[in-house]
Write a protein that binds this ligand. Structure first.
Ligand SMILES: Cc1cc2nc3c(=O)[nH]c(=O)nc-3n(C[C@H](O)[C@H](O)[C@H](O)COP(=O)(O)OP(=O)(O)OC[C@H]3O[C@@H](n4cnc5c(N)ncnc54)[C@H](O)[C@@H]3O)c2cc1C
Length: 403
C-alpha cells in the first residue's frame, strides 16, 4: 500500500511513525513544501516546545479547544495526554510538568522533539521529501493523485496534515475536492489599545484579572500583561482564541472590559472598599495587595480620584466610580499583535466533512486529515500540539484498521 502524507509537521510526522509501526510493509512518503521538516515544532514554546499539558483541572474541553472540543473529547479517549507523555518518555525524552501544568522536555530544547521524530522516521523507513509542495490533490480511481512541481504521483491513501493557513489560498491545493472550509482566521494574539497611560505601564503584570468583550459572552481569566502597544498575557490570548472569529469580523475593534479584582463582583468590591474606608490613610498608599502601586495610581486616575484623597473622605460618587473602574474598566481595542511569533489558525477543513471515528473525509474515505488544517484549535499551554499528536495517532490507527 502506498500512503502519501502532505506536510512534515507535528501531525504528519507523528502519523508517519505510528503508521509504519503498524504497517511496516506500507510505503509511506511525506511531502514537505519547506526546506526543513518540523520547522514550526522547532520554534514552539519559544524554542522549548510545550508539547502537551497535564490537562489537570480541565473539566470542560471547550475551554481549551474553542473549536473541535467534541471531536477532541472522543479522540483523547484513544490517545490521551498521559499516553502522549508515556510515548515520549518511552522514546527517551524526559519530560517536566510545570506548575502551570504545561509539559516540556526536561532538556528545554524543542530540537530534542524534532530530532526524536526524525530519527524514528529514518529508522522505520519513512520517505521524506522536502521542497516538495503539493500543488493539487484529486481523486484518481480508488486512490489519489498529487501534483508536486510538474510531476503527478499516485497513492492509495492520502493524509493531509498541512497545518494552519491564515488565508484561504493556503488550502487551494484541495480545490478539486470541493470541501467545505471554515474561513481561516488567526487565533492567539495580543490586542492593541491606544491608551498612552496604559502603555506607559508596559511590563506591568496583573496576576489575576478577568477580561471580557462588552455585550458578548466571551470572557477569560488569568494573568494580564501591559505592553507598549496595549494588552497581552495568558488572559488576553485565551480571550482572543474564544472570540477569534467575532474579532476578525469587526476588524479587532471592540470594547474590552477588565476586572482587576480577581473576578470579584461589584458587591464584593464594595465590601472590600468598606474596610479601606474605615482608614484615614491616603487612597494612593492603601490598595489591594495584588495590584502594584503604579497600576493602582493609573486606576485612581481613570476613576478620577485624587491620589491625595483620604479613604475616609471618599464620597459616594467617587466610591461608585472606583468600583466601576475596578470591576469593568473599559478600553477600546483597535488591532491585534502576534505574541512571541506564536499563533494558530481557527478554521480550516470543516468538521462536518470529517468522520469523527476515523478522521477520513466522509466523501473521500481513503483521504484522512489531522492537525491544524482541520477546524480544531486550542488555547496556549500545549493543547495545539496535543491535538496534532492525537489526531496523527488516530489517523494511523484508522488506516491500519481499514487495511
Ligand atoms: C511560534 C509558534 C509557537 C508555538 N508554540 C506552541 C507550543 O509551545 N505548544 C503548542 O501546543 N502549540 C504551539 N504552537 C502551535 C503548534 O505549533 C501547531 O498547532 C502545530 O504545529 C500544528 O501541527 P500540524 O502538524 O497540524 O501543522 P504544522 O506543524 O504547521 O505542519 C504543517 C506542515 O505542512 C507543510 N505544508 C503546508 N502546505 C503544504 C503543501 N501544500 N505541500 C507540502 N507541505 C505543506 C508546512 O510547511 C508544515 O511543515 C506554536 C505555533 C507557533 C507559530
Amino acid at each position: 500500500m502506498r500512503v502519501a502524507i502532505i506536510g512534515a509537521g507535528a501531525a504528519g510526522c507523528f502519523c508517519a511513525i505510528e503508521l509504519k509501526r503498524r504497517m511496516p510493509e506500507a510505503e509511506v512518503t511525506v511531502f514537505e513544501r519547506g526546506r526543513r521538516p518540523l520547522a514550526k515544532v522547532a520554534v514552539t514554546g519559544g524554542g522549548r516546545c510545550n508539547l502537551t499539558n497535564s490537562f489537570r483541572g480541565i473539566s470542560d474541553l471547550s475551554k481549551v479547544y474553542p473549536r473541535g472540543a467534541r471531536l477532541m473529547e472522543r479522540l483523547l479517549r484513544h490517545f490521551s495526554p498521559e499516553d502522549c507523555r508515556r510515548w515520549w518518555e518511552r522514546e527517551g525524552v524526559r519530560l517536566v510538568i510545570q506548575e502551570d501544568e504545561c509539559v516540556f522536555p526536561q532538556s528545554q530544547d524543542a530540537m530534542e522533539i524534532v530530532g526524536t521524530l526524525l530519527r524514528l522516521m529514518r529508522q522505520l523507513g519513512v520517505r521524506l521529501l522536502t521542497n516538495a509542495k503539493a500543488e493539487q490533490v484529486k481523486p484518481q480511481g480508488v486512490g489519489y493523485e498529487i501534483i508536486v512541481g510538474n510531476e503527478a504521483h499516485l497513492y492509495d491513501v492520502l493524509v493531509v496534515t498541512t497545518g494552519g493557513a491564515p488565508r484561504r489560498q493556503g488550502l487551494s491545493f484541495l480545490d478539486p475536492l470541493d470541501l467545505r472550509l471554515e474561513s481561516p482566521v488567526p487565533s492567539l494574539f495580543a490586542l492593541n489599545v491606544d491608551d498612552k497611560r496604559l502603555q506607559s505601564l508596559s511590563g506591568t503584570v496583573a496576576a489575576s484579572v478577568s477580561v471580557a468583550f462588552a455585550g458578548t459572552r466571551f470572557c477569560a481569566e488569568g494573568p494580564l500583561l501591559l505592553t507598549h502597544f496595549g494588552v497581552s498575557g495568558p488572559a488576553i490570548l485565551r480571550l482572543s482564541s474564544y472570540a477569534a472569529r467575532w474579532l476578525a469580523e469587526r476588524d479587532y475593534r471592540a470594547a474590552l472590559l477588565i476586572n482587576w479584582m480577581e473576578g470579584r463582583d461589584e458587591q464584593e468590591v464594595g465590601r472590600l472598599l468598606d474596610s479601606f474606608q474605615r482608614s484615614d490613610r491616603l487612597v494612593a498608599n492603601h490598595h489591594p495587595e495584588w495590584l502594584s502601586s503604579r497600576l493602582w495610581a493609573m486606576l485612581l486616575e481613570r476613576a478620577n480620584i485624587s491620589a491625595s484623597q483620604r479613604w475616609d473622605a471618599l464620597n459616594k460618587r467617587e466610591r461608585n466610580r472606583l468600583i466601576a473602574t475596578l470591576t469593568a474598566d473599559t478600553y477600546h481595542t483597535d488591532g491585534r499583535r502576534t505574541y512571541k511569533g506564536e499563533f494558530v489558525t481557527a478554521g480550516g477543513i470543516s468538521l462536518r466533512e470529517i468522520d469523527p471515528n476515523t478522521l477520513s473525509l466522509k466523501r473521500f474515505p481513503r483521504l484522512f486529515v489531522a492537525g491544524e488544517v482541520t477546524d480544531v484549535d486550542g488555547v496556549t499551554g500545549g493543547f495545539n500540539l496535543q491535538a496534532a499528536w492525537t489526531m496523527g495517532w488516530a489517523v494511523a490507527q484508522s488506516i491500519a484498521a481499514q487495511n
